[in-house]
Design a binder for this molecule. Structure first.
Ligand code: BEZ
Length: 252
């Protein structure tokens, strides 16, 4: 996993992440689903909504800081620490639910995650998830790449944003039957004049880790100005998110 979190800032400034996940809940089939694992539950915003919708939910996340926030938010829900590429449940669940998590996992480890999810489900159980898909935040990554390469700094990001075809194929190889898949653009507004700069500092850590702070700041400023005509509309910054939303079942 490629995550380094500032969990509190994430909750305060990027609360759209769980908000947009609400539509995902509607893909769960309440007639067939009672128990749900919220995989990569973060601070528990969607776990709480799953519980409010009547599901017997538990939450798993790799970050202790996020889990503490989740436990404060939802005192009655069981949460546990786990690695999405290597976990096992004591009892299988009816559904695994995951929002904005799978793109943090390297392409090479996706099969491990899908194997764990498959094992965690009962026969006929459902896997419902949303992640960044092909083309996600591409304008931002391209502008950053230009700014790094102009200065002869290496630029690499490890997020994984698959197409429908690529991910459906991985799911089928893991034994799932894919029943729904859609890839759609979801331009997402950010808070404040510094919205895009804050987003870059929050989510793009890797290429900045090896360069001096002054030059990192210069790259962020230059990237923001490059993107202003395309991604700042009426004073509101947008991220050019593309989402891959899927539903699959463990064939009975
Ligand atoms: C996303 O949710 O698509 C995302 C967030 C942060 C970094 C990369 C992708």
């Amino acid at each position: 996993m490629n995550i380094q979190w500032d969990a509190r800032k994430y909750v305060q400034e990027f609360d759209f992440v769980p908000k947009y996940g609400e539509a995902l809940l509607a893909l769960l089939d309440p007639e067939q689903v009672h128990s749900v694992l919220d995989l990569g539950c973060g601070s528990g915003a969607l776990t709480a909504q799953l519980a409010a919708a009547g599901y017997a939910v538990c939450g798993m996340d790799a970050s202790e800081e996020q889990l503490r926030l989740a436990q404060q938010r939802c005192p009655g829900i069981p949460f546990f620490k786990g690695d999405a590429t290597d976990f096992a449940l004591k009892m299988p669940v009816d559904a695994v639910f995951s929002n904005a998590v799978l793109h943090w996992i390297d392409r090479e480890r996706q099969a491990d995650t899908l194997r764990c999810v498959y094992r965690a489900l009962r026969q006929g159980g459902q896997f419902v998830f949303e992640m960044g898909g092909a083309g996600n935040a591409e304008q931002i990554y391209d502008a950053l790449r230009q700014a790094f390469e102009k200065r002869h700094f290496p630029y690499q990001i490890s997020f994984y944003f698959p197409s429908i075809g690529e991910y459906a194929s991985l799911m089928e190889q893991a034994g799932f039957r894919v029943t729904y898949a859609t890839l759609f653009a979801r331009p997402t507004p950010l808070k404040g004049d510094e919205g895009l700069a804050d987003w870059i500092r929050m989510f793009i850590k890797e290429p900045f880790s090896a360069i001096p702070t002054a030059q990192a700041d210069e790259i962020v400023r230059e990237t923001v100005e490059t993107l202003r005509p395309a991604l700042c509309q009426n004073g509101v910054w947008l991220v050019d998110y593309v989402r891959l939303r899927c539903k699959a079942d463990k064939q009975a």
